[in-house]
Design a protein around this ligand. Structure first.
Ligand code: FES
Length: 137
């Protein structure tokens, strides 16, 4: 699958996200504590843009009145009907085996590696000194 340079890595710091266009597809890239995860920016329910959604965490409970909050920022809630997806896997929180957002492989490469591999960097000027976010799509 072709790899594309989509942004300098420092422009998406931990706790932020960015929407990019790759070959006509919207892709939303999340930086979760320094680890990059990318999802197609299209909800599998009815096509809402996940990049417009709220990032949240998990609220779980074993019994009424007792709640646990965990994984802050690792869940994206679709802005249209509030379906929630795990950013790390793309899986729907309520029916993880039935619905998922397509995940897109993402990694960080040095400018030197980008230049050496001749990757598609048509939308991002590349210098060898910087590091770049690369997605496969
Ligand atoms: S389109 Fe995303 S929840 Fe309906």
């Amino acid at each position: 699958m072709p790899r594309h340079v989509v942004a300098p890595a420092h422009e998406i710091p931990p706790g932020t996200r960015r929407r990019v266009e790759v070959r006509g597809h919207g892709v939303v890239i999340f930086n979760l504590d320094g680890a990059f995860h990318a999802l197609l920016d299209r909800c599998p329910h009815m096509g809402g843009r996940l990049s417009d959604g709220v990032q949240t965490g998990l609220v779980e409970s074993d019994r009424p009145g007792e709640y646990r909050w965990s994984r802050p920022g690792e869940i994206i809630r679709c802005p249209w009907h509030a379906w929630e997806f795990d950013i790390r896997t793309g899986r729907f929180r309520c029916e993880p085996d039935r619905f998922r957002v397509r995940t897109v492989p993402a990694c960080v490469l040095s400018g030197e590696a980008v230049a050496a591999e001749g990757l598609d960097a048509t939308t991002v000027p590349v210098t060898v000194e910087d590091a770049y976010l690369v997605v496969e799509l």
